[in-house]
Design a protein around this ligand. Structure first.
Ligand code: DWN
Ligand code: SAH
Length: 405
């Protein structure tokens, strides 16, 4: 039995992925003998409806001065965050007297839009190397983990916030009660806390099991977020689906009773109940679907190998650490992974030890098949590579099921 991080009720895990390394720990050859692993199991709390990891590595093992994920590696995401910022500017009528705080600003992909609109903003980003990139853009950043004590400190040096924003960060934080206390401290009476994360409903529907890895301690739904907000005297006032990261949800939270609650909130909660996200059964069938993808993908890669085909992968994503380690995909089946991120290049993927090579070498490698680990960026990547791939080369995708195209 494990204890729920939200409501302290007991629950049992519904899926066990076995021992997993740190998803973004790309290593040099000499570091491979010493890889840290943890037991990755996921459970569903029937009391508050939160889906969560049973165990998570210490935060310093994941977020540090060599963090491997830089948000601005996707042009699509740059546009997405520019649109996100514009929507907040008009929702809150922001101007040069306002104040915006972003939790987990990474390389400044979103705050750069506030900066260029002359709206005062502050980023909180504990991973020093990505924070440096934001600071080089002229963004003010505190390089610490956000929590209630840090919020207290910020409240002494800044006005309260018109908007607290966060993308793909809230689901990373097991001490989330401290985050919500911090939000309560820093949010103006008419302020909004808006965050987006991969959406549980999409993960279940698409069997996107690879959204589960060390950093993603929670998979949120409107059901679980409204429970959590309520505990902190806050209220979920809007939900807006996003197509990013394979299907995300943007949640807007305000002080309880101070903003009108959109009809979208109840509609989504009712839909979640109708598809059974509040019942164990949905999670049991998810596990079966993951194993079907495993059998199909390993079957395909083994057959291609036996036929002498050259198979490489595209995008050394965090998600791919779950895929390669759970499925047992090693360099026997996939020669290497091409990626544009310098810090990942000429290293080995966590656990599976597949070489990660610079994207600049992708085309000269002349593959027959390309396994798309960055499937959430399929539209952007397939468009960019369509001339090169032509009719002779094929993409392999595996969410929601294994497909060759
Ligand atoms: O939640 C998280 C999300 C926002 O980002 C973090 N926990 C970590 C990270 O997850 P991820 O690594 O699964 O994210 P992506 O965006 O799917 O990673 C894409 C990878 O592919 C990056 O390493 C960059 C690379 N890439 C590439 O080589 N060529 C990406 C694009 C678009 C490309 O054209
Ligand atoms: N917002 C960006 C980055 C997501 S990656 C995007 O959507 O692309 C997750 C980020 O959260 C990392 O940069 C990590 O360093 C940061 N992070 C993790 N815990 C945090 C905390 N307690 N406070 C602030 N940032 C945190």
């Amino acid at each position: 039995m494990s204890k729920c991080l939200i409501c302290s009720d007991n629950f049992n895990p519904f899926v066990d992925f076995g021992n997993m390394p740190i998803a973004n720990a790309f290593s040099l050859k000499e570091e491979l003998f010493n890889e840290y692993t943890f037991a990755m199991k996921v459970g569903f709390c029937e009391n508050c409806n939160m889906v969560q990891l049973v165990e998570q590595p210490d935060r310093e093992k994941m977020f540090h001065e060599n963090y491997a994920f830089f948000s601005s590696t996707s042009n699509y995401m740059i546009n997405h965050f520019n649109d996100f910022a514009s929507s907040v500017i008009s929702l809150q009528n922001l101007n040069e007297n306002s104040f915006v705080l972003e939790v987990g600003c990474n390389d400044g992909i979103m705050l750069q839009s506030f900066l260029s609109n002359k709206i005062p903003c502050l980023g909180i980003e504990p991973s020093q190397n990505v924070a440096n990139v934001a600071m080089e853009k002229g963004i003010e950043v505190i390089t610490e983990f956000f929590d209630q004590p840090l919020a207290q400190h910020i409240s002494k040096i800044h006005q309260k916030a018109d908007a607290i924003l966060s993308a793909n960060v809230m689901c990373h934080i097991p001490y989330i009660h401290s985050i919500y206390d911090g939000v309560k401290t820093l949010l103006k009476d008419d302020g909004v806390f808006i965050f987006e994360d991969p959406y549980l409903g999409e993960i279940i529907e698409k069997t996107s099991f690879d959204q589960i890895y060390d950093e993603h301690v929670f998979l949120f739904s409107a059901l679980s977020i409204s429970y959590l907000a309520n505990v902190h005297d806050l209220e979920l006032v809007n939900v807006e689906p996003q197509i990013t990261h394979g299907g995300s949800m943007r949640y807007t939270i305000a002080h309880k009773g101070l903003k009108k609650v959109s009809k979208n909130v109840n509609r989504l909660i009712e839909k979640e109940k109708a598809i059974g996200l509040d019942k164990k059964l949905a999670y049991m069938s998810f596990t079966k679907s993951v194993d079907k993808i495993k059998d199909d993908l390993i079957g395909l890669l083994t057959r291609l190998k036996n036929e002498g085909k050259k198979v490489v992968a595209y995008g050394a994503t965090s998600k791919s650490t779950t895929v390669t380690n759970y499925f047992g995909i090693t360099p026997d089946l996939v020669d290497c992974i091409y990626d544009t991120t310098p810090i990942k290049q000429n290293k080995y993927s966590p656990g599976a030890h597949i070489p990660v090579l610079p994207y600049s070498q992708f085309r000269e490698s002349n593959p027959d098949y390309v396994l798309l680990f960055a499937w959430n960026h399929a539209e952007e990547i397939m468009k960019k590579e369509s001339d090169y791939m032509g009719k002779k080369r094929h993409w392999i995708t595996y969410i929601p099921d294994v497909k060759v195209s």
